[in-house]
Write a new protein. Structure first.
Length: 512
């Protein structure tokens, strides 16, 4: 499979040229680990008051991938799911923490909960604790399955983000080159207006010498007015499409798009169709997404019986715990006992001065050095339901039906990707042929319009004939513009259909 991936990537590089920043010898990165959080610098300042930008085709796609609100929302979803997975996965490992606690309690005339045993709480109590503690669930089937399901959800969202980025690259490319078509239509309408004005001047000159009727001049004036109206509409359409694209990619509405004067016409790829389909099947996020969904559905079936698995928990801690209040009370009792012994000894000496009375043995001071403590325990819990009235069986039936559905989706994803690549390659070939024919028609239309203008100026054809010829030529030029845009967008769509490592690189046609 690795050799196939390297071969497919090499075919992709040969077919389209190395994409900027693409590493064709490596498989597409798996979005199980989401990309680092990106905070675009263009989002600084007050909303609605951002500086205008200047973007070309590749820059527009790259900007959209980092600023389009829909993609940023999906990235937030990926990060949220990854956070959930990280939290659940952390539950599979032991927790280690430290504790410092100081307790002080004072009371009066309070019997306490052990009064029935003749034990009364101390009226003054303090205790200091310092310990390290750890808890580890050695095995918990539910926890492990939940973490794996969360991981699959995060991966699924990552692949969905990749798919949305590819769709965004196609949509922005289509919108960008549609602006190129709009600008071309404006240029054609300007040329048509000049053509109609030239016909109006010719009609007026011919009317003065009596070669044509005055109605031709009126018709020429109508044609000039219609051309002016078409030009006004074309300019408004171009400006509207520019602002719509700016809003679509998350840029300021005043953004300027550097549309090329001549649209690029890269050569057709010569890689066999089956190799293109193989590349797409290895890299397309739809297939990876369907595969992750299948794995998640299998985990769902396994989680039905998660309550039958034992739960084994380990807990342990060690540290030091001391009660200063008890030390004080004990020392007071020792001091009182020693004082009583000394007082008794002195009294006996006074009463019997002739006797040799040994001195009392005094109690030593209270030892305030308390040894540290430790504790460790293991709790194993295993519960077995005796009868659940068919709940488990029904849950298994539903989960396994989901597995079958996910498997069907995976097969369908493979078929859809192959059909998508076939359609993209077929549409590109058709666009190339339509572009060839549109160029031929455009050249012929322009020449016939020029000849018709000369014929009309010499009185050889009527004004209706020359305007019809001009309209035919204008239609042919419009078809040529549409064919150029269709070819460029079809090529980008095929490049995106192969799921290169960077969707922005797929829309970059510089140097091709």
């Amino acid at each position: 499979m690795k050799a196939l991936a390297r071969g497919g990537a090499a075919c992709f590089a040969l077919a389209f040229g190395a994409l900027p920043g693409a590493a064709f010898g490596q498989p597409s990165p798996t979005p199980s680990a989401p990309p680092p959080l990106f905070v675009p610098g263009a989002f600084t300042g007050a909303p609605g008051n951002r500086a205008a930008l200047t973007l070309d085709a590749a820059g527009s796609v790259a900007y959209a991938l980092n600023h389009a609100p829909g993609l940023l929302a999906q990235r937030a979803t990926v990060l949220n799911l990854d956070s959930t997975f990280t939290k659940l996965r952390a539950g599979e490992y032991p927790s280690v923490g430290g504790q410092l606690q100081s307790q002080l309690a004072k009371s009066a005339n309070q019997p306490g909960q052990f009064a029935q045993f003749g034990i009364s709480p101390s009226s003054n109590f303090s205790e200091n604790t310092a310990q390290l503690q750890s808890s580890y669930t050695l095995y918990n089937g539910s926890q492990q399955l939940a973490a794996q399901q969360a991981k699959k959800q995060a991966q699924n969202a990552g692949f969905e983000l990749q798919r949305q980025e590819e769709q965004m690259a196609i949509a922005v490319s289509n919108a960008f080159y549609a602006i190129a078509a709009d600008r071309g239509i404006v240029a054609l309408d300007e040329a048509d207006l000049a053509y109609q004005k030239a016909l109006l001047d010719t009609a007026r000159a011919e009317e003065k010498v009596g070669r044509v009727a005055g109605v031709d001049t009126l018709r020429a004036q109508v044609a000039v007015a219609r051309s002016q109206a078409a030009l006004v509409g074309a300019r408004a359409t171009e400006q509207n499409d520019r602002e719509a694209l700016a809003v679509q990619i998350g840029a300021p509405a005043e953004t300027t798009f550097n549309v090329p004067e001549t649209l690029p016409e890269p050569p057709l790829p010569d890689t066999p169709l089956d190799q293109l389909a193989t590349i797409a099947k290895m890299n397309r996020p739809e297939i990876a997404e369907a595969r992750v969904a299948l794995d998640a559905s299998k985990l769902g079936d396994a989680s039905v019986d998660s309550d039958l698995r034992p739960v084994v928990t380990l807990n342990g801690s060690f540290g030091s715990q001391v009660s200063p209040t008890e030390f004080v009370q004990e020392q007071q009792e020792v001091d009182a006992s020693n004082a009583a012994a000394i007082a008794g000894f002195n009294a006996e000496k006074a009463l019997f001065p002739t006797l040799s009375i040994p001195p009392p043995v005094l109690l030593p001071p209270v030892d305030r050095h308390v040894p540290g403590f430790w504790q460790f325990n293991i709790v194993s819990t295993f519960q077995v339901p005796l009868y659940d009235f068919g709940q488990r069986a029904a849950a298994h039936h539903a989960a396994r039906a989901q597995v079958v559905s996910s498997l069907a989706s995976l097969y369908n994803a493979y078929d859809s990707v192959e059909a998508d690549v076939d359609a993209a390659q077929r549409n590109l070939a058709a666009a190339a042929e339509k572009l060839r024919l549109a160029k031929l028609s455009g050249d012929l239309g322009a020449e016939t319009a020029r000849i018709a203008q000369l014929q009309y100026s010499h009185g050889l054809i009527s004004f209706t004939d020359v305007t019809q010829t001009e309209q035919t030529a204008l239609s042919a030029q419009n078809d040529l513009l549409a064919a150029r845009v269709q070819y460029v967008t079809a090529l980008i769509k095929l490049r995106v259909a192969l799921a290169p490592p960077s969707a922005a690189a797929a829309a970059d046609l510089r140097g091709l």
